[in-house]
Design a protein around this ligand. Structure first.
Ligand code: HEM
Length: 439
């Protein structure tokens, strides 16, 4: 009964989301749809005439989620500012893969989520977000961040994350505290010339917003969510878990597991592009300049696969011959610059946690993993008990009820958020940038 209610509410809230994001009178083509599916979707996303984000409702809503960061690389159009910020991101991400793997492996190894207990119920989000916050801070500034700062980062990011999901409204004040802190850190480090370039004239506030937007909003959220999806998928597929722990496993098995995770649970729900020129399709049709393309990654990555709904890492043994229906990091000049960094980070954390803990995740595994990876963790080597079995069952019921509450919240909060953005578009005023400083 509860499961049925949850499934119906999920369907209603995601249909409402798509209607609000794409239902305006802007000419929009949803992908995949009709004959526009599979390889043609990826071809379109890589096309030179689809590299603009445009000023559509969908893009304005995404920008609103990042407020007060008004210069998020993801939404910036090509131009002078983009040409300064994109290389800064690349420089900050540019490190040997083995080194990235090592810093995340070292950081996650220190995590003891169960303490002295034989098992504990945890949200993987709460276990992982502080770890990733510390690693990213150290990576950017070559210095440790203390517990207070870690708390600010985690709170700001959680707030951003839940507002993107449509569960809570945007609260820029929490984010200003982090931006202020990053600004002070940048001042202490002479503006971080290693990232922004020695001759850069970019104001410190813009640098701080860039690092917060790209690394602490997007980067932290994506790395943590990717790790949670992988851990939950592994926990729910004991055969895959055993294969991962088998010392004789195929050397690429972990990367197959991660690819399969991203295929079934892509981190981007949708992205948009706006055509800067007409595009002629093979069947003679023309997509007109100004048309918005909205790509649904989850739908796209189910096209062309056998048993598309099944979690089957082994399918990657033969690879994806047509390079079709798999683009978790996007395509074209606007594809993700952090694919290598993210894969190294996530593989290190997943392997460490899977080899040290047994994870039991009783909730339905869906792409929008609003529960933050609610699960029971137990150190390997300890046996399960009846008490633990009861805790798993209890967590299943608790998590389902919590999810129902979240779906109701989405049905109320998201339309209000979009309403605010639409009112702002009509009034032609800029998002609130006033600083609400913290004592
Ligand atoms: C963990 C897995 C990640 C996935 C699956 C992912 C996915 C994506 C996708 C699909 C896009 C392209 C969207 C589009 O075409 O419109 C994108 C863009 C971007 N991602 Fe990632 N991302 C991940 C991690 C990260 C991390 C760790 C960072 C930063 C530290 C990052 C920074 C960015 C930026 C800055 C862009 C915009 C690129 C541009 O427009 O120039 N991503 N990401």
């Amino acid at each position: 009964m509860l499961d049925y209610l949850l499934a119906s509410l999920r369907k209603a809230s995601s249909a409402q989301r798509m209607r609000l994001l794409c239902g305006s009178d802007e000419p929009t083509v949803m992908l995949p749809s009709g004959s526009l599916r599979g390889p043609v979707v990826e071809w379109l996303l890589a096309h030179k005439s689809t590299q603009s984000r445009g000023g559509t409702v969908l893009r304005d809503v995404i920008n609103h989620f990042h407020a007060p960061v008004e210069c998020h690389q993801e939404s910036l159009e090509a131009g002078d500012l983009y040409d300064q910020l994109a290389p800064a991101t690349r420089r900050a991400l540019n490190a040997p893969k083995a080194w990235i793997h090592q810093i995340f492996a070292d950081a996650v190894r220190e995590v003891e989520p169960t303490g002295a207990r034989s098992f504990r119920s945890v949200r993987l989000w709460s276990v992982l977000a502080p770890v990733v916050a510390r690693v990213l801070h150290r990576h950017l500034f070559s210095e440790r961040c203390d517990n207070e700062v870690t708390g600010w980062i985690v709170e700001s990011v959680r707030q951003t994350h839940l507002s993107i999901k449509g569960i809570v409204p945007v609260r820029a004040s929490v984010r200003w505290r982090l931006i202020d802190y990053i600004e002070r850190t940048l001042v202490r480090h002479d503006g971080c010339p290693a990232i922004f370039g020695a001759d850069s004239k970019l104001p410190i506030e813009l640098r701080a917003k860039h690092l917060v937007g790209v690394f602490f909003h997007t980067g932290l959220i994506q790395i943590v969510e990717f790790t949670i999806h992988a851990l939950v998928a592994i926990a729910q597929h004991p055969r895959v878990e055993s294969a991962l722990l088998d010392p004789k496993r195929a050397p690429d098995y972990l990367s197959w597991v991660l690819d399969e995770t991203l295929r079934l649970y892509p981190l981007f729900g949708v992205t948009n592009r706006v055509l800067t020129e007409d595009i002629q399709l093979d069947d003679g049709r023309v997509l007109a300049r100004g048309t918005q393309l909205v790509v649904d990654f989850e739908q796209h990555q189910r096209v062309g696969w056998e048993a598309p709904e099944s979690f089957l890492p082994e399918r990657w043994q033969v690879g994806n011959p047509d390079l079709a229906s798999f683009m978790p990091f996007g395509r074209g000049t606007r594809r993700c610059p952090a694919a290598r960094f993210a894969q190294a980070a996530v593989s290190a954390m997943v392997m460490d946690l899977v080899s040290r803990f047994i994870i039991r995740a009783p909730l339905d595994h869906v792409r929008s993993i609003d529960d933050g990876g609610l699960c029971i963790m137990r150190p390997r080597g300890r046996g399960s008990t009846t008490l633990e079995d009861a805790a798993v069952a209890g967590l299943g019921v608790y998590g389902t009820v919590e999810q129902i509450g979240y779906q109701f919240a989405k049905l109320f909060v998201f339309p209000r958020t979009v309403g605010e953005v639409l009112a702002r578009r009509e009034a032609h005023f800029e998002p609130e940038q006033t600083r609400e400083r913290h004592g």
